[in-house]
Write a protein that binds this ligand. Structure first.
Ligand SMILES: NC(=O)c1ccc[n+]([C@@H]2O[C@H](COP(=O)([O-])OP(=O)(O)OC[C@H]3O[C@@H](n4cnc5c(N)ncnc54)[C@H](O)[C@@H]3O)[C@@H](O)[C@H]2O)c1
Length: 485
């Protein structure tokens, strides 16, 4: 039998405006390989703006020194340069030691340095050139991690490896490059599993086309660079290339709708006391199209615009084998988990388009993984993820971005209800925890910070599905590396 769990029926609308960086990484120590220019320089700039101390390792002395000067003028963090050829293990080891000697710790390692040799058919690729690219794009990533981890572990820091979209998509006449980036993605997942017991997170960022010196070098090596550039433009749903330091904005005013007046009103009061933004509660039953339309009208009446819509409302009806699932219960779930998402988008989009805003739909990792005896739930979330991609494509011409966040197990009233209704609540809870590589349930803040990133910072992200999952979607076999250690 399905049990109805009517928690979290909530939609948030965030208003964004330019704000000064909030020094979120004050005094943290960061290493950026290849930080002299391109994406690496973008990373250095973003982290220095957030108050971090950033070590750039590169081989382009003049470019790197100019970057350091620019960063130190800007502040509030600082940058310093270490000449390090990442093809040389001794130099990597020495660089890590120098950073620790200067700052005593390492909080974050960004393995950005990499090279794309250009596009060549397999017949012209030699094993030497393949090995040479592997040395920089893969072995150097492994080595910086190896030598930095003894310091990252006590800091419970994290590693970010820059891979590439082409690891998934493939790329014409780029066999060694795509192979190296695929290796980085897989290696990062294995590292995430192994290091979770130390409280270290390991993630990969896979850029699309980012206009950097490397991008132009590769383009200029082609027979028809102008055509290559135009072709690349047509590959972007957003119709433009990314820039290494896309601008940071922060959200402020939040209208939220719910049906739980008694819980929503204290939340509204608490948020308004806290500031600096504000919260505005609207009672709205998302099963009712007229109420959705009315809710959007009210928001626009109060604030005049909508910059971001977060479709968070949804519920899990509990577990049931297919024989016990009725069409009525399936439709009832779809009404909230899918149709309401469609309707809020439909009525909010005329305003979001004018604001060149964005939409974030909350799906679930069960979209990819499946979940035992949860057919309607996984179907509803899969539909949300697919619909979001289509919306991303259709709305790009209006400058609107649409993304999905897929949470793993996040401890909320929805989970508490599932636990209460389980035959063996303790076993149910412990199993839930054991599925996470990180050995804990997520928190609502883990999801909201991902939303803030997509709304405010991720201006080159559209049609993306961000898994915020504690590692439930990686590894085979038992996953809780924290408990196993
Ligand atoms: N630009 C894109 O469209 C794009 C797309 C997907 C992935 N990437 C990846 O992003 C990363 C950064 O690329 P980018 O476009 O900013 O490139 P870039 O060439 O503009 O910058 C790379 C930096 O790495 C440094 N570097 C290269 N070899 C080095 C070595 N042996 N030792 C130390 N430093 C070295 C360079 O000096 C340079 O400062 C690379 O890993 C690349 O594969 C780029």
């Amino acid at each position: 039998m399905f049990q109805s769990v009517n928690y979290m029926v909530r939609t948030k609308i965030i208003y964004s405006r330019d704000m000064a960086p909030s020094h979120r990484y004050q005094d943290k120590v960061v290493i950026v390989t290849g930080g002299a220019r391109g994406i690496g320089k973008g990373c250095v700039e973003t982290f220095v703006k957030e108050g971090a101390k950033v070590a750039i390792c590169d081989i382009l002395d003049d470019v790197a020194k100019a970057t350091v000067e620019e960063m130190n003028k800007m502040g509030p963090g600082e940058a310093f340069y270490i000449n390090c050829n990442l093809r040389d293990e001794a130099q990597i080891k020495n660089t890590i030691e120098k950073v620790v000697e200067k700052y005593g710790t390492i909080d974050c390692l960004i393995n950005n340095a990499g090279y794309h040799p250009g596009h060549y058919p397999i017949d012209t690729v030699t094993s030497e050139s393949f090995a040479s690219l592997m040395q920089l794009n893969v072995a150097a990533v492994f080595l910086t991690c190896k030598y930095a981890l003894p310091y990252i572990r006590p800091a419970k820091g994290n590693i970010i490896n820059i891979a590439s979209m082409v690891a998934q998509l493939g790329q014409i006449d780029s066999i060694p490059y795509t192979a190296t980036k695929g290796a980085v993605v897989s290696m990062s997942k294995s590292m995430a599993i192994s290091e979770a017991k130390h409280g270290v997170r390991v993630n990969t960022i896979s850029p699309g086309n980012i206009l950097t010196p490397l991008w132009w070098e590769v383009t200029n090596k082609t027979e028809t660079p102008e055509k290559f550039y135009q072709d690349a433009l047509t590959q972007q749903v957003l119709g433009h290339m990314g820039s290494p330091s896309d601008i940071v904005k922060n959200g402020a005013k939040v209208a939220f709708c719910d049906i739980l007046d008694d819980e929503a009103k204290p939340t509204e009061e608490k948020m308004n006391k806290m500031g600096p933004g504000e919260a505005y509660y609207i009672n709205c039953n998302l099963r009712d199209e007229a109420q959705i339309k009315n809710m959007i009208d009210k928001v626009v009446e109060k604030y005049g615009t909508i910059d971001c819509l977060i479709n968070n409302a949804g519920y899990h009806p509990g577990y049931a084998v297919i024989d016990d699932v009725t069409v009525e219960s399936f439709n009832k779930l779809l009404q909230v988990n899918l149709i309401a998402v469609f309707l809020t988008c439909k009525y909010a989009l005329p305003y979001i388009r004018l604001a060149k805003g964005n939409i974030i739909n909350i799906a679930s990792v069960t979209t990819y993984l499946g979940q035992k005896d949860s057919i309607p739930y996984t179907a509803s979330k899969g539909a949300v993820a697919s619909m979001s991609k289509t919306l991303a494509i259709s709305e790009a011409k209006h400058g609107v971005r649409v993304n999905t966040v897929s949470p793993g197990a996040i401890w909320t009233p929805l989970w508490a209800e599932l636990k209460r209704n389980a035959e063996n609540p303790e076993k149910f809870y412990n199993e839930g925890v054991s599925y996470q590589v990180m050995g804990r349930m997520g928190t609502p803040t883990d999801i909201s910070t991902a939303c803030l990133y997509l709304a405010a910072d991720g201006t080159y992200c559209t049609g993306m599905d961000m898994n915020v999952s504690g590692g439930v979607d990686i590894s085979v076999g038992s996953k809780n590396e924290v408990a196993l250690s």
